[in-house]
Design a protein around this ligand. Structure first.
Ligand code: C5P
Length: 223
């Protein structure tokens, strides 16, 4: 892709990891640092895109020239993504979204009672990515939708199954485990396309993986 191949394109990226409140001081969260999503935002902006970055609990500096919207929970992320996806050329869901949230968040801090602790009941969160695909024809025809997935083994076959289940155009399948991915500056992945393509990205800076994603997205825009 050329230096300005995303000029005039509106791109929405989610980054980081959601937090689901248990009580006013505790949450269920994950280890996502937001580095991959931020690398996607920086590289897209460098290639001329108009970028909205929806950041779930990320403690990284705002990328220059990018519209950053902070969110906390999966519900808040879902609402913001659905609002911002309208009119966007591409949506990339790089955020780690909690699959479950506590069924009821308690208004006051849970105390030790001396007896058996109460179990925390969970409710499944909606799948934001799948919902974007499901509502695309009606709300954003032609929009390119990209998902991320972390797999430890059988990366390509597990990734292919997930791509088909979610129905997105591209799925970036991260190889995780053994010190890979979380919080590190390097990433290793295979980018699977709905057209059957598989692009291997060797271990390297998260910017390199980001640029590979934009090459494929840009190809869809221009093809
Ligand atoms: O199914 P899995 O969680 O592995 O899929 C990961 C992809 O789905 C990521 O792109 C993530 O942002 C998205 N996702 C979502 N809503 C959820 C769970 C995951 O959009 N509730």
């Amino acid at each position: 892709g050329g230096a300005d191949d995303l000029a005039g394109r509106r791109i929405v990226i989610s980054a980081g990891g959601t937090r689901e409140a248990i009580d006013p001081v505790r949450f269920i969260g994950n280890h996502s640092s937001g580095k991959q999503g931020y690398a996607l935002a920086r590289t897209a902006a460098a290639r001329g895109a108009d970028v909205t970055l929806i950041a779930a609990n990320v403690s990284l500096p705002d990328p220059a020239g990018v519209d950053v919207i902070p969110v906390t929970s999966a519900a808040e992320l879902a609402e913001t993504v659905q609002e911002r996806r309208v009119g966007a050329d591409a949506v990339v869901m790089a955020a780690a979204v909690a699959d479950f949230r506590p069924s009821s968040s308690v208004g006051s801090k849970i105390k030790k009672s001396g007896g058996e602790p109460d179990p925390i009941e969970l409710t499944e969160n909606p799948d934001i990515l799948a919902d974007l695909v499901r509502t695309r024809a009606e709300r954003a025809p032609g929009q390119t939708i990209v998902g991320f997935a972390a797999e430890t083994d059988d990366v390509v076959s597990n990734g292919r199954t997930k791509l088909e289940r979610k129905g997105c155009d591209l799925l970036v399948v991260n190889q995780v485990g053994r010190g890979r991915a979380f919080g590190t500056d390097d990433n290793q992945a295979v980018i699977l396309g709905i057209d059957g393509s598989a692009t291997e990205v060797p271990r390297g800076p998260k910017e390199d993986l980001a640029d590979q994603v934009w090459d494929l997205v840009s190809g869809r825009f221009h093809g």
